[in-house]
Design a protein around this ligand. Structure first.
Ligand SMILES: Cc1cc2nc3c(=O)[nH]c(=O)nc-3n(C[C@H](O)[C@H](O)[C@H](O)COP(=O)(O)O)c2cc1C
Length: 153
């Protein structure tokens, strides 16, 4: 099964999960870049504000998801919500994603992030998972196993 792992990451956690999943599944990876700066305290405050307001943003990505059988999309949780970068990505690509898996990384309170991803996609995900940062290794291991089971069934 041709698989793509797409992610946005502000501080590296979601990137780490995405890269480990891609390695385990022999999948391609595509990092979504948010053109709006999310650095420093101003960037942090704006990030929370934009996520709460449900804003979209200007993004860059390189791979065409319609070329894949399965697209795994990962986002950090911001104020209990999806990031503007992944919101924009899903709105732009939902018609091009045949089968979706969603994951979110967070500090402990994922809120409605995964449900929001399904709403934006307009369909149910084949699998969805929250990974809490302080249990990152466990979360990655479990998600890898769940994905391998999904792919082989
Ligand atoms: C603006 C902002 C808002 C956040 N809001 C939440 C939240 O509501 N719940 C939570 O558990 N973690 C929250 N976090 C923590 C991140 O979701 C968590 O650290 C995530 O793993 C970071 O992923 P990244 O390193 O890929 O950017 C927030 C972080 C930022 C920057």
């Amino acid at each position: 099964m041709k698989t793509l792992v797409v992610f946005y990451s502000r501080s590296g956690t979601t990137k780490r999960v995405a890269e480990e999943l891609a390695k385990a599944l022999n999948a391609d990876v595509d990092e979504v870049i948010d053109k709006k700066s999310r650095r420093g305290i101003i960037g942090f405050l704006r990030a929370g504000y934009d996520a709460t307001r449900g804003k979209t943003t200007e993004i860059e990505f390189t791979k065409d998801p319609s070329k894949y059988d399965l697209v795994i999309v990962g986002t950090p949780v911001w104020n209990g919500r999806i990031t503007p970068a992944i919101k924009t990505y899903l709105l732009r690509n939902r018609e091009r994603i045949k089968g979706a898996v969603f994951f979110a990384t967070c500090a402990g309170r994922a809120g409605k992030c995964l449900e929001q991803m399904e709403e934006l996609y307009g369909d149910k995900a084949l699998l969805k998972k929250t990974i809490v940062k302080k249990e990152l290794e466990k979360g990655i291991r479990e998600l890898k196993e769940e994905l391998k089971a999904l792919i082989t069934t």
